[in-house]
Design a binder for this molecule. Structure first.
Ligand SMILES: Cc1cc2nc3c(=O)[nH]c(=O)nc-3n(C[C@H](O)[C@H](O)[C@H](O)COP(=O)(O)OP(=O)(O)OC[C@H]3O[C@@H](n4cnc5c(N)ncnc54)[C@H](O)[C@@H]3O)c2cc1C
Length: 573
């Protein structure tokens, strides 16, 4: 089934009526942008994904990528779709003009990325990595490397990977063992085996730029000995094959079209990016771009699964009685419940991700203190969006299967693929457990809760301007609960950090729930009489989903002792 319909109307509403992205147009960076440009881009993207990309979703799942004689072969149509996408300039949508991009705001790129991922997440992954590597190089590479590589990544002539994981180093990158040795000419040779590398090889582009985290200073412990390298599949100076091979591709639950590779570097030539020993810090320019996009992937799957389930429920007839004909299942209260959870959660998170992207745009364009605030707001939202959206992607896809009943379990209807494809999103790009720790131990801890206070302040500003409504009431009370949790966790961080860690997952979920409520407040305030359904969805979110706030508060504050009562032996008995 390839009947995904791009949510253009929702994107347009969020951009124009909720975020008021026209605030960007007065800055010199985006003087060439206006609402008309936004509309044209959204419509063109919707047309592209419907015409060219849609057929690759099912074929990609059925055929998968294959390893043949040491090279990865992508499924039918994948290469051709990529070529068209690249030639139309989509990869460089938000990239600087100086490197061949179109220099459009990231928030618009986020909307386009949702459409692409709603159609094919593997395709979205491939294009994402080129963009993310380009951003990294623009921020940290020297001029020569930038000039050589970035325009080719932006045009899609070359692709990229991110090579962090090793068999003993997953969440804990300090354990990684790949080594880089300096050569007399200033380059490095890189050796080590990286695992789980997305599109570690493929037949879509000749050149693949591997961004590799490796150890240079053997004596230094932990992450301080790590540096970052660009290690191309074909050597940059003469195009000869570098010493890189793909040992295996993994058999996995979903994302079959994207090859997950073991990539072996055997003295491969590479160039250092950024200062020695600062590899992890430098890599964040790439990782942050990817985390935002994983959040977008989650929303994309949730949106696609919701649309499919609503269409099915409107047609499927069940539940008649001898004197009354069967009715569409969408009329049954329990099916309504599921569809409303799916729709209200998806739209809240779509707006939240776009709010994060918009703040990243403002962090480039706003003046003085506003710029700093925008950066802080985006930093706060990033782990929340990554974790909440990835979870929503899978949970909404799971509900879609339930709405379709037995048919949902069959491959013919395509919703089980949404569940399989989205399951990994809570794991890669830093597991959701790690996102929660990041939120609490870094972002909440920073300045004794300063980033949280900014988030809460912005919500209170909107609350004070809003008309009385269930969403206003629910948000006000959930915000008080979140204030309390934040204050207690800041205390825990100083006095009993394990208690803070124990509450981190529930705390992140509560921030996401409140963030979603904030978006519904703004969307319901912005809705015209013609868009009254948005107020109904806001009411549902307020009265049904926000009822979870009290439970999440209790869990966030439950303390580690509750988890530590059993020894490992007792737990496993
Ligand atoms: C399809 C796919 C694509 C991938 N693509 C890439 C890629 O392109 N490049 C790349 O480098 N990697 C990639 N990965 C690897 C991915 O990023 C890792 O799987 C992920 O970082 C988790 O590492 P791990 O699997 O070793 O799990 P572990 O780190 O062993 O974690 C297992 C569990 O323990 C928890 N945990 C671990 N440490 C802590 C802690 N300190 N505190 C609390 N809980 C903790 C985790 O949250 C998780 O629940 C990919 C993986 C897959 C499956």
């Amino acid at each position: 089934m390839t009947d995904y319909r791009a949510p253009v109307e929702s994107h347009r509403f969020i951009l124009n009526e909720v975020l008021h992205w026209e605030r960007l147009f007065s800055s010199p960076e985006y003087a060439h942008v206006d609402a008309g440009v936004g509309d044209a881009v959204l419509n063109a993207a919707a047309e592209f994904i419907g015409g060219v990309l849609a057929p690759t979703r099912q074929i990609g799942d059925e055929q998968g990528s294959r390893l043949v004689d040491g090279r990865v072969i992508t499924p039918d149509g994948f290469k051709e779709a990529y070529r068209q996408y690249a030639d139309l300039g989509w990869i460089g949508l938000d990239m600087p003009e100086a490197y061949g991009g179109q220099n459009l705001p990231l928030v618009l790129q986020a909307a386009v990325a949702e459409m692409v991922n709603g159609t094919s997440v593997p395709f979205g992954m491939l294009t994402l990595m080129g963009r993310a590597a380009a951003r990294l190089l623009i921020a940290h590479a020297d001029a020569g490397l930038k000039e050589r590589v970035v325009p080719r990544l932006v045009s899609g002539e070359w692709a990229a990977t991110i090579c962090i994981s090793e068999s003993d180093a997953g969440s804990d990158v300090a354990r990684l063992r790949s080594m880089a040795t300096p050569m007399p000419d200033g380059s490095y040779t890189v050796s080590g085996s990286k695992i789980f590398i997305t599109f570690g090889d493929h037949d879509v582009t000749e050149q693949i730029c591997h961004v590799v985290l490796a150890r240079t200073l053997e004596g230094l412990p932990g992450t301080r000995g790590l540096s970052l390298f660009l290690v191309p599949r074909l050597c940059l100076h003469d195009g000869s094959p570098n010493r890189i091979s793909v040992g295996r591709i993994e058999h996995k639950m979903g994302l079959k079209a994207s090859a997950t590779c073991v990539v072996d570097f055997e003295g491969a030539r590479g160039t250092r990016i950024g200062a020695e020993g600062e590899g992890l810090k430098v890599l964040f320019a790439m990782v942050n771009t990817m985390r935002l996009e994983v959040a977008i992937q989650g929303v994309a799957i949730a949106g696609a699964a919701t649309a499919r389930a609503i269409a099915y429920a409107a047609e499927r007839l069940q539940g008649g009685t001898p004197d009354r004909p069967a009715i569409p299942i969408v009329e049954h209260a329990d099916v309504r419940r599921m569809l409303l959870i799916m729709r209200s959660r998806t739209e809240a998170l779509r707006a939240l991700v776009m709010e994060a992207a918009f703040n990243l745009d403002l962090a480039l364009t706003a003046d003085g203190a506003e710029r700093e605030k925008a950066r802080a707001a985006a930093e706060w939202l990033l782990p929340v969006c990554k974790a909440c959206c990835s979870e929503a992607g899978f949970e909404v896809a799971n509900l879609a299967i339930q709405v379709l009943g037995g048919y949902g379990y069959l491959t013919d209807y395509g919703v089980e693929q949404y569940a399989r494809d989205s399951r990994i999103m809570a794991i890669y790009e830093g597991t959701n457990g790690i996102q929660a720790l990041d939120l609490v131990t870094r972002r909440l801890a920073k300045g004794g809760g300063a980033q949280y206070r900014l988030f809460a302040e912005r919500i209170r500003e909107d609350l004070s301007a809003a008309a009385p409504s269930p969403i206003r009431q629910a948000l006000e009370s959930a915000l008080v609960q979140l204030d309390h949790c934040s204050a207690v966790l800041v205390e825990h961080l100083a006095e009993s950090p394990r208690d803070a860690e124990a509450g981190a997952g529930a705390y992140l979920a509560l921030v996401g729930l409140v963030g979603g409520g904030w978006m519904w407040l703004r969307m319901s305030e912005a809705a015209s009489p013609r868009q009254a359904s948005r107020r109904e969805l806001a009411n549902f979110y307020a009265r049904y989903l926000m009822a979870e706030a009290g439970t999440l508060q209790k869990r966030a504050l439950c303390g580690a002792a509750l988890f530590d009562g059993l020894s490992v032996e007792e737990l496993s008995r």
